[in-house]
Ligand binder design. Structure first.
Ligand code: PLP
Length: 399
């Protein structure tokens, strides 16, 4: 008998399938707008200059010792300044329990495990739709999931009324997962005024907001502006949780650099919570990786490098915002009678185009354009060179 004969292959990740099909296509016209990673205007991966410089400074200097169980103290300190604000009273009062995490995914997973361990009867409310891995993360942490309304297909915008109803109808004291900015996959964010109303209602219902902030700075080009939702909740006196990632905003995808923070009642509670987060990390991976943390802390703690980073992250955001405009203008120039306002209203890496799975299939089979069947276009894959071709193909299949 075989030990592992009963193991069936896992279901294929739909996004990896898109990339495989793209690579296998010999057409010179092919376009990949499925990728979830930034590309430059020539379609190539980018390493930021501030990252290259930080690497030069670190090379040959750092030792290879273990980081503390909770990760790099300096990297955590800088991360909290970004998310909670440079002069945050919560940092000053040491009310935040924070650990370095394996990028945004690892931060979410640590939180989900913490939630299960210390609030075993709680659930998590997740927006519809959301980044597919959110479902996997809370499933594997064995936290029951509920969903709340988020996207409004007709307007290709926010279903604010549905969202508020679901927030009101959830049992008091529920956990909610919120995308801090640049909602994936829809690119639809609440306005500042709507965030204020959401925060107000959360307060009334005593809900706990957990922010997944995978795109700080990448959405608007300004990390402070992209932290607005979090700051509103903080002003309103919420305790929050926050998952930060440096994958997109520093282009450190493979370095797995991130941070999980939980705002507590006081310093004593924060010490206890942090020690328990470390306790969860210890049997899984003991302590987090060094190199990415060094790069992040080197950049953020040096005013000159930080300025360079701010310039570069704005450059990435601006290129994407520019491509949104170009795609919309091209579609209008082709005489498409449909409204494409949502392309420029949405924000971040993705555009939730509203195309049907059948239209996406036609884009692929007739035009060699690759993307997920939910109609999500990765704006990072759109370039000056392919935007007209892409617009024409979209116009053809949506006629
Ligand atoms: N959360 C959201 C909403 C994302 O879109 C992503 C990446 O695509 C992540 C978290 C996590 O990314 P990483 O684990 O690479 O930081």
């Amino acid at each position: 008998a075989s030990w592992f004969g009963h193991v069936e292959p896992a279901a294929k990740d739909p996004i990896l399938g898109v990339t495989e099909a793209f690579l296998a296509d010999p057409s010179p016209d092919k376009v990949n707008v499925g990728v979830g990673a930034y590309r430059d205007d020539n379609g190539r991966p980018v390493v930021l200059e501030c990252v290259r410089e930080a690497e030069r400074r670190v090379a040959g200097n750092a030792n290879m010792e273990y980081l503390p169980m909770g990760g790099s103290v300096k990297m955590i300190e800088e991360s909290l300044k970004l998310s909670y604000g440079e002069d945050s009273e919560f940092i000053r009062d040491k009310r935040i329990a924070a650990v370095q995490a394996l990028s945004g995914t690892g931060a979410c997973r640590l939180f989900a495990d913490f939630q299960k361990r210390f609030l075993p009867d709680s659930q998590i409310y997740i927006p519809t739709p959301t980044w597919a891995n959110h479902h996997n993360i809370w499933r594997d942490a064995r936290v029951p999931q509920r969903t709340f309304s988020y996207y409004h297909p007709e307007s290709r915008g926010l279903d604010f009324a549905g969202l508020m109803d679901d927030v009101k109808n959830a049992p008091d004291g529920s956990f909610f997962l919120l995308h801090a900015c640049a909602h994936n996959p829809t690119g639809v964010d609440p306005s500042e005024e709507q965030w204020r109303e959401i925060s107000f209602q959360f307060k009334a219902k005593k809900h706990f907001p957990f922010f997944d902030m995978a795109y700080q700075g990448f959405a608007s080009g300004d990390p402070e502006r992209d932290a607005k939702a979090i700051r509103i909740f903080l002003e309103d006196g919420h305790q929050i949780g926050c998952a930060q990632s440096y994958a997109k905003n520093m282009g450190l995808y493979g370095q797995r650099a991130g941070c999980l923070s939980i705002l507590c009642d006081d310093e004593m509670q924060a010490v206890a919570v942090k020690s328990q987060l470390q306790q969860i990390a210890r049997p899984m991976y003991s302590n987090p990786p060094l190199h990415g943390a060094l790069i992040v802390s080197t950049i953020l703690s040096d005013p000159e490098l930080k300025n360079l980073w701010l310039k570069e992250v704005k450059g990435m955001a601006d290129r994407i915002i520019g491509m949104r405009k170009a795609l919309k203008e091209n579609l209008e120039r082709l005489g498409s009678p449909l409204s494409w306002e949502h392309i420029t209203n949405q924000i971040g890496m993705f555009c939730y185009s509203g195309m049907t799975p059948e239209q996406v299939d036609r884009l692929t089979s007739e035009f060699h354009i690759y993307m997920t069947r939910n109609g999500r276009i990765s704006m990072a894959g759109v370039t000056t060179g392919n935007v007209a071709y892409l617009a024409n193909a979209i116009h053809e299949v949506t006629k």
